[in-house]
Design a protein around this ligand. Structure first.
Ligand SMILES: [Zn+2]
Length: 186
């Protein structure tokens, strides 16, 4: 089953094809409360700020579908490739939560299309470069990364499954002041 996660974009279709062939492979079981085999809805919606301020951070069904696509096409392949489990530091953010933390309400986080994460023991630059070279995504941003401290910063990735929209595969680096094109670290 593990190799299926590396296929990315067409994994659903692939399962379908495999199901119809002589090599019957079961689609992965998504447990109750989960968006994908290893990522729960709670992990992608939990926010300390929301809890503290009593902000409702429950996504709609459409936003939940966007989160599922993000988990299947980005988070699961990262977990599989690096062989380590992780929980995103931020996934879905309701508009109210965006306002509370000073994030734009137009952010892809508010649509359930983006997550910020890092994987313990993996330099965020290495993680970002692997995503750039191996996955389909809309926008990838290496944020607050300092090459002298490989664990500094985090990676922001968005994915859109609303065809006919085509994911841009845009790569940016953000140092806290400005964005630069590509994964460039000064
Ligand atoms: Zn983000």
């Amino acid at each position: 089953m593990a190799t299926v996660w590396n296929i990315g974009k067409h994994c659903r279709e692939l399962w379908h094809q495999v199901d119809n062939s002589t090599k019957k492979v079961e689609a992965p079981v998504i447990r109750k409360g989960y968006l994908s085999p290893n990522f729960s809805l709670q992990e992608l919606t939990k926010s300390q700020t929301a809890t503290r301020l009593g902000i409702d951070n429950t996504p709609t069904e459409k936003q939940k579908d966007a989160l599922k696509a993000l988990c299947l096409h980005v988070l699961e392949p990262c977990r599989n490739n690096f062989g380590r489990s992780f929980t995103p530091s931020s996934g879905y953010r309701s508009k109210e939560l965006c306002k509370a933390i000073g994030s734009k309400v137009s952010s892809q986080h508010a649509k359930g299309q983006a997550a910020d994460f890092e994987i313990a023991g993996i330099a965020n630059r290495e993680l970002a470069e692997w995503i750039r070279d191996n996955l389909d995504f809309d926008q990838l941003i290496l944020e607050f990364y300092n090459p002298e401290d490989p664990s500094s910063g985090w990676v922001h990735v968005s994915y859109r499954a609303d065809a006919p929209y085509v994911n841009r595969k845009e790569c940016l680096t953000y140092n806290g002041k400005r964005y630069s094109k590509g994964l460039t670290v000064e």
